[in-house]
Design a protein around this ligand. Structure first.
Ligand code: ADP
Ligand code: MG
Length: 339
């Protein structure tokens, strides 16, 4: 009998893998913004057209890429962020899987301009269906501009599955806001269909929260700050009077990565018990920093679900940090310092 197994060509393998990483325009927004942050950018611009179906572009002033790296970055499992299995347990970067750009290049058309800090000439590269169409030297600013066009042009089933522009835009704004909250020291601009939606100047966490979530939180934020050998918790919770009937102003970041954790949410809600009406939700923007060895962020390709090695300790600590903050504010309501 003839053998029947063959290896899939790269573009098909990448397209299959892309299904996990790039589900909609906002997935690309997240990956491209994270790359800009990992590249050390201080100013990051996100440009959207047609809710990201036509264009998702990120322009950063980070370290840029060499001519060779500008081609390499689109290969699957190509990353500058880890080298060995040990590195996997000490991750300080947002990325490390080396999958995002390969996935994007498999399901969209990509145009990138990049110039490495300290070099004269940049590189322009155009990719279609995982194949390089053009690669040539170009004049461009230091940093990287990467444009993803016509997402899923070659996977009609996925393109049809995209939601209305309003719904896709909401996902995009969610991702943008999560990242802007995690990095108040960086400048972010979001433009959609040539209209500027957000322009966040570099500032403190408190300024960023107010810029994003509204001026009614001014003077209504309570500082949370507690440290042990195992972990730090810091950030802000809204004063009980600001609790809302709707959700949306609740954010956890672990080592600066936005995560979803019903378990830790419960810990905060417990700390607010008796202070707010049932079925209402307080604002919180809480950062948990701990040794990366204690968290497994590799549970899911989008890294929004993570595993802690000791969940119970985290729960108790988050709850007591918030309780402590709320008690202090009750005693001395003016104790309101900036982070
Ligand atoms: P990962 O971020 O997991 O390493 P990506 O596919 O997102 O994988 O990116 C691959 C590599 O391309 C990165 O490791 C980085 O070296 C380089 N890269 C991607 N985006 C940028 C950028 N905006 N500026 C500089 N280098 C970048
Ligand atoms: Mg990345």
């Amino acid at each position: 009998m003839a053998d029947i197994i063959n290896l899939l060509p790269d573009n098909i393998a990448n397209q299959i893998a892309a299904g996990e990483v790039i589900q909609r325009p906002s997935s690309a927004v997240k990956e491209l913004l994270e790359n800009a942050i990992d590249a050390g950018a201080t100013e990051i611009q996100l440009i959207i057209k047609d809710a990201g179906k036509e264009l998702v572009q990120v322009i950063d002033n980070g370290g840029g890429m060499s001519e060779t790296d500008a081609r390499m970055c689109f290969e699957r499992h190509a990353t500058s962020k880890i080298q060995s299995i040990e590195d996997l347990f000490q991750i300080r970067t947002m990325g490390f899987r080396g999958e995002a750009l390969a996935s994007i290049a498999a399901v969209a058309q990509v145009e990138m301009k990049t110039r490495k800090t300290g070099t004269e000439l940049g590189t322009y590269i155009e990719i279609d269906n995982s194949a390089v169409k053009i690669q040539e030297p170009c004049q461009t600013a230091e940093g990287t501009s990467i444009a993803m066009k016509n997402l899923f042009f070659n996977v009609p089933a996925r393109r049809n599955f995209l939601k209305s522009n309003a719904a896709e835009m909401r996902h995009i704004v969610d991702e943008f806001i999560r990242i802007a909250l995690a990095y108040p020291q960086l400048q972010f601009v979001l433009t959609s269909n040539n209209q500027q939606l957000f322009h966040f100047e570099k500032g403190s966490l408190k300024q960023r929260i107010i810029a994003i979530l509204g001026p009614h939180y001014n003077a209504r934020l309570v500082t949370v700050k507690e440290t042990t050998d195992y972990m730090d918790v810091y950030g802000f919770v809204g004063k009980p009077e600001t609790a809302k009937k709707t959700r949306g102003d609740q954010f956890f970041f672990v080592n600066n990565r936005f995560i979803k954790s019903p378990y830790l949410h419960h810990a905060v809600m417990n700390a607010f018990k008796d202070l707010i009406p049932v079925d209402s939700f307080p604002l919180y923007v809480l950062f948990i920093d701990l040794d990366p060895a204690h968290v497994d962020i590799n549970v899911h390709p989008t890294k929004q679900e993570i595993k802690f090695d000791d969940e119970k300790v985290m729960y108790a600590f988050v709850q007591s940090a918030v309780k402590h903050a709320l008690a202090q504010f009750n005693v001395t309501p003016t104790l309101d310092f900036d982070l």
